[in-house]
Design a protein around this ligand. Structure first.
Ligand code: UDX
Ligand code: ADP
Length: 459
């Protein structure tokens, strides 16, 4: 530890969407700490060391440029970094299990366990291990047990990440809260203090919350479940708005004015995506079932079911508006990322909608300002086949629309608003259908240009 009680060297295992941005911010805020981010994926490490970072995030390039090679390092030498660190963040992926017990619901902890075993083999005594990856409740117990098997005197903390992609750097700079869960022992509390000391460098101390370890783990799942529930609630109402000729934006504004509800996360959409919401809801459902709470499990499951319904409902409406067939019709897709401001496509609603259209034999022309062609192809490879089938990925939005019967907006990229829709309309087949899955564009203006327009939850 240095004279401020901060660790001199920290290590982060996992150079992904969470590990990379979080460590870049810590390195920038704490120049006296040497931060090493390691990953088993050598290509990813190479990308972090290049000019083209693997994660697209506003402000990230600049942060990395300022700190890389000074006190921020990216390396594939996992063991060396573990040995040298006094504090280790585990930031590896915890996808939903696609095999065996808990298939389709439980989180796959294989990567977390591998990290824990590696740490148990390599770490010095007294190391602090911080689980940042979203994990099921009581994962810290598993990590602690592995450490004890190797007779390691290691303290395990839970410090879940609440940043959202697209605003990751702002969220990390000014977090609503930093949550640190520890064992209720003197050693546990001391470890929590060390971690809190890092955050106190730039975060208002009142926003740093210290809790028990299980509360911390469950809070992360609960926060994401609440947010997802809010979106599913407004999306459920969007269907009713369409049936009753109400306007979902007007309803959301009126409802959101109530301070107890709040205006955020009430944007009706084609459905939510991202690596967290679905995974965490499934995790919560699995946990409830495990404890025999079937009604509670069914409640949270319904939030997910509504999201699936919303995505399918949207795709079905589109097919209906194209005279019930999209076979051999070209459809332009604007946006493939799960939200604006990121190149992440995990669980993107665009995947479900594009799959359904391709299965119905449409031709798709996809344009997204940040997502590379390879990611689009990979996500749709099972419906397009290895040759790529009826899928084309464009770097120019106007080319994507040329000769299409419909234009579908699936990600809320602001830059779409600035396009020349008169030019787009002129290049499309008529009737030119515009399906706005994010209520991004001005419907009246688009109608004036000649489009047949449909939003979500709008007449
Ligand atoms: C989420 C949580 O917000 C964050 O706190 C947590 O740490 C990780 O999970 P993220 O998945 O990055 O963050 O993005 P978020 O902004 O929550 O959006 C999730 C999805 O919901 C996106 O597909 C977004 O487009 C959609 N969304 C969001 C809506 O459809 N309507 C809204 O009103 C808000
Ligand atoms: P997240 O959104 O949670 O950051 P990502 O998939 O973007 O998830 O990043 C997780 C990273 O963790 C990946 O780059 C993966 O290669 C890395 N990883 C997984 N298991 C290990 C491991 N045992 N050791 C080192 N890195 C790992």
């Amino acid at each position: 530890m240095n004279h401020n009680g901060l660790p001199e060297r920290i290590c982060c295992i996992g150079a992904g969407y969470v590990g990379g941005p979080t460590m870049a911010v810590i390195a920038r805020k704490c120049p006296e700490i040497r931060v090493t981010v390691v990953d088993v994926d050598q290509d990813r490490v190479a990308a972090w060391n290049s000019e083209r970072l693997p994660v697209y995030e506003r402000g990230l390039d600049e942060l990395v440029r300022e700190t890389r090679g000074k006190n921020l390092f990216f390396s594939a030498d996992v063991d060396a970094a573990i040995r040298q660190a006094q504090l280790i963040f585990i930031c590896v992926n915890t996808p939903t299990k696609n095999y065996g017990q808990g298939q389709g619901k439980a989180a796959d902890l294989v990567y977390v366990e591998r990290c824990a075993r590696r740490i148990a083999e390599q770490a010095e005594r007294g190391t602090i291990v911080v689980e940042k990856s979203t994990v099921p409740v009581r994962t810290a117990e598993m990590i602690q047990t592995i450490m004890e098997q190797e007779d390691r005197d290691v303290q395990v903390l839970s410090n879940p990440e609440f940043m959202a992609e697209g605003t990751a750097i702002e969220d990390l700079n000014v977090p609503d809260r930093v949550l640190i869960g520890s064992a209720d022992t003197p050693a546990g509390r001391a470890a929590a203090e060390t971690l809190a000391g890092i955050y106190r460098t730039w975060v208002d101390p009142e926003r740093i919350i210290l809790t028990g370890i299980w509360s911390s783990e469950l809070s992360k799942l609960s926060a994401n479940a609440f947010l997802a529930q809010k979106i599913s609630s407004i999306n459920a109402l969007s269907a009713l708005c369409e049936a009753t000729q109400a306007d979902v934006t007007e309803v959301a504004n009126a409802v959101g004015c109530d301070e107890r509800i709040g205006p955020r996360f009430l944007r009706a959409s084609v459905g939510f995506g991202g690596s967290c919401f679905k995974k965490d809801l499934l995790n919560l459902v699995y946990l409830c079932e495990h404890y025999g709470l079937s009604e509670v499990a069914a409640y949270w499951q319904s939030v997910l079911q509504l999201n699936e319904y919303q995505k399918t409902r949207f795709a079905n409406q589109l097919v209906r508006s194209l005279f019930n067939t999209v076979t051999e019709k070209k459809i332009a897709i604007f946006g493939f990322a799960f939200k604006q401001g990121t190149n992440d496509v995990r669980e993107s609603p665009a995947i479900t909608v594009c799959r359904q259209l391709l299965t119905d034999r449409a031709w798709l022309g996809v344009y997204d300002p940040a997502v590379p062609e390879a990611s689009v192809r990979q996500e749709l490879s099972d419906v397009t086949g290895s040759a790529g089938g009826r899928l084309e990925v464009f770097s120019d939005p106007y080319d994507a629309c040329d000769g299409s019967h419909a234009l579908v907006i699936l990600t809320e990229w602001n830059s779409f608003r600035d396009l020349d829709f008169r030019r787009i309309f002129a290049s499309m087949h008529k009737p030119a259908v515009l399906f706005d899955g994010r209520n991004l564009l001005d419907i009246e203006e688009m109608r004036r240009l000649g489009f047949q327009v449909r939003g979500v939850g709008k007449v």
